[in-house]
Ligand binder design. Sequence first.
Ligand code: SF4
Ligand code: F3S
Ligand code: FES
Length: 233
Amino acid sequence: MQVTLKIFRFNPETDKKPSYKTYQVEAQPTDRVLDLLEYIKSTIDGTLSFRRSCAHGICGSDAMRINGRNRLACKALVKDLGNRITVEPLLGMRVLKDMIVDMEPFFENYRQVMPYFINDEPPPARERLQSIEERERFDDTTKCILCAACTTSCPSFWANEKYVGPAAIVNAHRFIFDSRDRAGKERLDILNGQFGVYRCHTIFNCTDACPREIQVTKAIGEVKAAIATGKLD
Ligand code: SF4
Ligand code: F3S
Ligand code: FES
């Protein structure tokens, strides 16, 4: 089938403003948008810029807006999109070139919530044990691949980029509710701050956008409840 791709193009070093360029390519229904972008880059226009690495939905580097919705280009199939496909960078981030956006503010928000295991108690002789139920408590939020599709689809983040955003809260949730971690209360204090969870107005765009099908809004609600009750279980 013939597919027409309308692709956002912007090189701040040479262009006064962004524009869209249109490319016609021959595609199979089972091709991914990433395959088409790779084809255009290798045969039509080598200056086309986008991030990608794994090509299998794991590294999180190729999140972009495809037909108006945040998706991973390596998981977006032509047969689900039709023969006219628009590709744009994530919203709310500074464009460095074409689909490449400046991820540093996103990772700065992520680092704020201390997204790593903290426990200064002496380790036991073997591993730190955890029951199946305790592990299930945060299972969903372990699946995050830091693609930023959630945060960059959130109107509260568009309104104020200092809002830590759903991705940071998901990664805080992963440790707050880990029975082996000891810094849950500190993370809740951070998320109770001016740019924390109460910037979330339960709009659900984040949940719709997540390519890992994480229940993002539910996780945010659980963090809000823990702040309100002071309970981590
Ligand atoms: Fe991406 Fe989902 Fe993680 Fe958000 S929660 S960064 S959408 S994987
Ligand atoms: Fe934004 Fe998701 Fe909350 S879209 S407002 S973080 S539910
Ligand atoms: Fe790694 Fe798409 S290229 S998630």
